[in-house]
Each structure stands twice: as C-alpha cells, then as structure tokens.
Ligand binder design. Structure first.
Ligand code: UD1
Length: 427
C-alpha cells in the first residue's frame, strides 16, 4: 500500500485550487436515479469515493460518461443517465466500502417503488445508525423491513405520499434521503429540524434544477411539493469547504501565506472565525481566501455542532494546529462519539493531548517530531499530514487510501506551495 512521506519545516506559499465538494458530490450523484433523463454534474472531484459511487450506480443500471477531463485538470464532468433501472439492490460489498451508499435508498424507493440496501454498520468514527433515514421514509408511507443485514423499503400501493418528518437529531444524510424521496412523493412533505449544511443547499438547488419544488432552502424547515416526474439538468458541484479549511490550516500551521482559489468563504464562517481566533490572518476577495500566519498560534476552545457551527469534519485538523499553540485548548466533539482516533498518533509525534469523554485537552508543545503514523479515517489522516508539515524530520503516513477518498491529488497541491511531500509505493 502507498505511503505519504513528508519532511517537515517548509513554509507554504502560493495558490491551492479548491476542488468540488466530496460530500456534495455524494448526494448529487444519486439524484441521477430520480429521472430517466441525463443529469450532468460539473466540477466533480476526482476521488475514490466518487468513482465508487459511480460504480454502484452502474450496478443499478445508470450509465456514466466522463467528458472532456484532461489528466492535468482538477475536477471533471460526468453525465449520468438512469434510462431504465436494472436493479434496486445496493450490495454489502459496495456499502461496506462507502457509507454514503445509503443515499441510494431514498431515490431508488422514490423512482422504482422499492429499494434494498445493505446496512452500513459501524465505522471508525462511531456507531453511525441509520434509524433517522428509515423513520423519514416511513413518514412518507414506506414499509421498512430489516433482514439478513439488509434494509428493504417498499412504497405502499398508490405510491409514496407527502408527510411530516420531524428529526429529533440533526442528520445530514437522513435529511438528504428524505429530500430525494419527497420530491417524487404525492403531495406536500414538511421536514422539521432539517440539516442546514451547505451540501444540503447544494442538493436542494440541484433538485430544483431538475424540476423539484422546495421551499425554505437553507433553513431548518423544508417544504417539498412532490412532482410526478423530474427532468434532466446540468449542475455544478459547490467548492469543498472542508478541503479549503484543511489547506487553510496547512497555511497557518506552517506560518505560511496561501491563496485558496475557487473557495466559498460564505460556507466557511465558523472555520474562518476560529482561524482568526488562533491569530491567523484571513482575507477574502471573491472566490479567493488568503490565509497567512506568523509565530505561534493562540489556543482556542472549540465545540463541534451542526452547521452553521464548527464542523466535526474540521476537528482533527484544528487539533493538529492547536498541538503547537501557545497554551491550552479544549476541543469538544458533540457529533460523533469516537472521533479522536488521531490523538494517539499525534501523541507519537510529541503532542500533549488528553481525552476525557467527548472533550480533548490540548496543551501546546514547542515542537512535533516526525514519526511513522497511520489513521483510521479521512480527516484524522489529514491532521497527521498537517502535523507532518511542521514536524522535525520525516513523517510517514500510511493507509493513504483514506486520503484518496476525500482529498483530490493532495500531494500535488501541497508540493505546488512548497511542501516536501511525496507518495511512495510500499513493497
Ligand atoms: C455527513 C458527512 C460527514 C459529516 C457528518 C456531520 C457525508 C457523506 N458525510 O455524515 O462527513 O461528518 O455529516 O456533519 O455527507 N444519526 C443517528 N441516526 C441516523 C443518522 C444519524 O443517530 O439515522 C446521528 C449520527 O450518529 C451522528 C449525528 O446523527 O451522531 C449526525 O450524523 P449525520 O449528520 O447523519 O452524518 P452523515 O450524514 O453520516
């Protein structure tokens, strides 16, 4: 398996292009199931998860065509067409590798009247149940059956009907499945306590471009007037706010000066505010976010929570930064119960972090030292890359496949701003 090798201590300077958002792509791709007409998605990031989702859709009978993507380009254009579905089953082998596969459940049910999807099971960052997804579909009249590790959802005679969905907990995925189902249900659906993440707004906009009627976009109450059918559309995936946030941390932790090009600062308020609190300098000009820093960063206290608050997907990266801050920071993770898997690895590089329950106390140290490290999830892997960028000596990050799931050509982007980073195949 490949490894990434970083020699720390380089100050990053220059421009980093920001790719299309992974989490947005993973909910826009299944929208292709909702119509027999072509859906063209632009600015799709080149990521293992996007490829994986394409293969899953192929298995369901969706054709996928990639256009005009030159190898040197970031992002690509994909046209998907679900003229006729050939299967309504998302098998274990697919779902196991990619949790987001659960997002075919709603659209398959809405289009074909039935869907069978393997239960995703636990994952490295916690238990991650799908009860809220299932409750939402039940509210629209679906019958749900759980057997042999699979969930089967079937529409009632006469089809799905609009209903009232009130989520007890904010869930991005459950809101997405609910939306993609309700757009084809008869009548009106109201979703209360909907997730407000920018990726949800992106999904709503794409569905509207396909002919859906949705009110309250961007708010916690969404009202959907179901349509008999949706049509094709062309839609551009939003910029990845977590990728941009991660590279903003790379600039800050190395005392660098970086322009994040093609980013959307409006989606990143909590992240950028927190960066400013650490003493980094942030300036926004159109779609370019300039981040620079010098000297030691200041400690901050962070609590993750649903959007618009600070995202759980940035917790690990900020932790790497705060490991070197001038004082004590407290991080509290309120979304996932097991999202501190990077802590022991950062500790091996010299970080002083103590986890008690949902909180982590980070005592800033003077320096980190390179070491062989590995991570169990995507953002944790990125926090190790960030630590490696400033650590003394060499850091080897293994299990690179986590990074390939969510960071388009990571080492190329970091090399271009001066990092000493390379990928090597292990023997
Ligand atoms: C999405 C993102 C992920 C991000 C997360 C929170 C994608 C592909 N992934 O994940 O990167 O970290 O949002 O912003 O977009 N929950 C339940 N029952 C459910 C569903 C969720 O109890 O049926 C709980 C979860 O365990 C968690 C919380 O709700 O504690 C939020 O999870 P959710 O927003 O659903 O995360 P995902 O959609 O899986």
């Amino acid at each position: 398996m490949d490894k990434i090798i970083i020699k720390g201590g380089r100050r990053l300077e220059g421009r980093i292009p920001i790719s299309g958002a992974k989490n947005s792509a993973l909910t826009l791709l299944p929208c292709a199931l909702l119509t027999d007409e072509p859906l063209t998605l632009r600015n799709l990031p080149r990521l293992a998860d996007v490829d994986g989702f394409g293969h899953l859709l192929n298995q369901l009978g969706v054709s996928t065509m990639i256009e005009g993507a030159r190898p040197e380009d970031f992002g690509r254009v994909m046209t998907l067409r679900a003229g006729r579905l050939t299967s309504t089953v998302a098998p274990y082998d697919m779902v196991r590798k990619m949790r987001a596969s659960i997002l075919v459940l709603g659209p398959l049910l809405a289009r074909a009247g039935e869907a069978t999807v393997s239960l995703p099971g636990g994952c490295a960052i916690g238990n991650r149940p799908i009860d809220l997804h299932l409750k939402a579909l039940e509210a629209l009249g679906a019958e749900i059956e759980l057997t042999a590790g699979y969930v089967r959802a079937v529409a009632p005679k006469g089809g799905l009907r609009g209903g009232h969905i009130n989520f007890p907990v904010v869930s991005v995925g459950a809101t997405e499945n609910a939306l993609m189902t309700a757009v084809l249900a008869k009548g009106t659906t109201v979703i209360d306590n909907a997730a407000r993440e920018p990726e949800i707004v992106d999904l709503c906009r794409c569905l509207v471009a396909m002919g859906a009627s949705i009110e309250g976009i961007g708010s916690e109450k969404l009202t959907i007037h179901g349509k008999d059918r949706l049509h094709g559309a062309t839609y551009r995936v939003m910029p990845d706010r977590i990728e941009a946030g991660s590279y903003a941390c790379a600039a800050a932790i190395t005392g660098g000066s970086v322009d994040l090009v093609g980013a959307n600062a409006e989606d990143m308020t909590a992240i950028l505010d927190m960066l400013v609190q650490t003493g980094a300098h942030v300036e926004v000009k159109g779609d370019v976010i300039h981040v620079s820093a010098s000297g030691r960063l200041k400690p901050v206290n962070i609590s993750t929570a649903p959007y618009p608050a600070f995202p759980t997907d940035m917790q690990a990266q900020f932790m790497a930064m705060l490991a070197l801050a001038d004082g004590v920071s407290v991080l509290t993770e309120t979304i996932f119960e097991n999202r501190y898997m990077h802590v022991p690895e950062l500790a091996r590089m010299g970080a002083d972090i103590q986890v008690t329950g949902r909180s982590a106390v980070v005592r800033g140290v003077d320096k980190l030292v390179g070491a062989p490290v590995m991570a169990t999830d995507l953002r944790a892997s990125m926090s190790l890359i960030l630590a490696g960028l400033v650590a003394e000596g060499e850091t080897q990050v293994s299990r690179v496949y986590h990074l390939d799931r969510g960071y388009e050509r990571l080492e190329e982007k970091l090399q271009a701003v001066g990092a000493d980073i390379e990928r090597v195949g292990s023997d």
